[in-house]
Design a protein around this ligand. Sequence first.
Ligand SMILES: Nc1ncnc2c1ncn2[C@@H]1O[C@H](COP(=O)(O)OP(=O)(O)OP(=O)(O)O)[C@@H](O)[C@H]1O
Length: 579
Amino acid sequence: MIRDLMRILGPGNDARYRVFLAWAVAYGVLQGVSVALLVPVTRALFDADWPSFWRWLGVMAATTLLCMVAHYVQAMKGFESALVLLRTMHLRLGDHLVTLPLGWFGATRVGQVSQIATKGTISVMGAIAHLMTPLISGVVTTATIAVSMFFFDWRLGVALVVSAPVIWVAARFATDMTARVDDRMHAASVESNNRVLEYARCQQALRAFGRTHGVYEPLDAAIEEQRVAGRRQMWLVVVGSVVNGFALQLVFSALIVLGALLALDGEIDPVTLVALLGLIARFIQPLNEIGDLGAAIRLARNDIRRMSEVLEAEPLPEPDHSAPAAHEAPAVEFDAVRFGYDDAAPVLRGIDLTVPRRSMIALVGPSGSGKTTVTRLIARFYDVDGGTVRVGGVDVRDLTTADLMSQLSLVFQDVYLFDDTLRANVRVGRPDATDDEVTAAARTAGVGEIVDRLPDGWDTRVGEGGAALSGGERQRVSIARALLKQAPIVLFDEATAALDPDNEAHLQQAMEVLKQNSTLLVIAHKLTTVTAADRIVVLGDDGTVAQSGTHVELLARGGRYADFWELRTRATGWQLVSG
Ligand SMILES: Nc1ncnc2c1ncn2[C@@H]1O[C@H](COP(=O)(O)OP(=O)(O)OP(=O)(O)O)[C@@H](O)[C@H]1O
């Protein structure tokens, strides 16, 4: 636990933590010594040996004073380390999460990360602030008392040392009991967390399907599992605590019997025995406290382990410096790219694709053929399983994330807006843009009309995820961001939903502007976009490029594209023409 906490604190902060540990050890030793000094003080008192009595009392008072100082200093150092740890954990978690591949953020990970970042960090902080001191001083105090016992009576000293493994086994049993169900408890808590979020988010769907009454089964099941796991955990904690308490009482009784037998044999005088019994009681007390804290220590250790697992998750390997770009190379190239989100289900099975500079390429294909996946691989949200994705002639794995992202603008359908003002959300495209540049980009993308409609104009907050805006409006903001960024390559996932004429006009206008300066790869759903493209790439169901060419060439060739075109033109009432 000490080592794990040190790892979480990181290399810059371990000195402070070591100082705290040293003070906690000093506090434990001083506490043990001041307790052990009770024996000579009591002996001198009963022997009426006043010079010895005052001398030992003086030593005990000085030790107790030092002990109080050590207690105070170690408590302050502990709180200091705990606060540093809290800040460090949040910073390290944040810094680390942004380096992880998107594939890491699976369905249950969002709930897990939120638990670790909130409950987990508080629990780990509490481990330093409240658990480390009783744990360290408890162990050190009992060890000190056991060692000092050898100075008074070696047989009782041996008995204390022998009893240590018995107590350790009992304490271990108690903590194992808690650990047995803790992972289940944690999983249940993550699941119900996720289900509560899902329940709040899916209200629209539930109401649309008349599910406004009765229970929402997935949430109900998650809460029930949490209740069952919680009850089991409570029972196991009680069982562990009873066994631990029983073992301590047994050891305590055995030591008293041994002391009494030694006194009956005349090996120890009765006064020393009374003092030694006090020492034995103080030997047991910290162990009892550690036993009571066993469950909390185990839970904190599990939280520390989960935190370490996140911090140790492999980030996307990234070079320190990007390889130099090849000036004449195409904007984007796919060379025999193979990829699947899951090893068992490949999505792309050998894609070759070239997007020349300053061209506009339309990507079409059936739903699920991997169009969005192609754009995610260009942005290196995932690494390919085989082949190479190149941007500006350089393998994306040889570019730093900052350099790769500086070359790309992403206009995706699932636009996420931050819970901030509309202006701040557009400015995300280029944080150092002037107000005039923000306004110009917003006007081209049609955001100006949204501004006029909103009560606080540019300063209106758009809500979490952009909840205060419609889907079409959110995409306009996303386009404005891309216009502002002026990246050399724009990856555009056109909305599948039919847009109103106003939205459509803004979209066309924005694309025209983007086309002037950037290379465009568009996942095209609209016939106007498809025909405007310099070249069309058709993905097939089998994860390969089925066809590629201009609109005219592909129509003339027949096959998948001609079928797609016919289907779409029939749906929209367009005429099928081949030139
Ligand atoms: N994050 C993910 N995890 C696992 N599988 C995924 C993930 N995203 C997509 N897939 C799967 O990969 C396949 C390709 O998905 P992709 O979204 O690239 O297709 P698409 O051609 O863009 O589809 P659409 O036109 O419907 O948007 C699908 O079978 C999809 O279920």
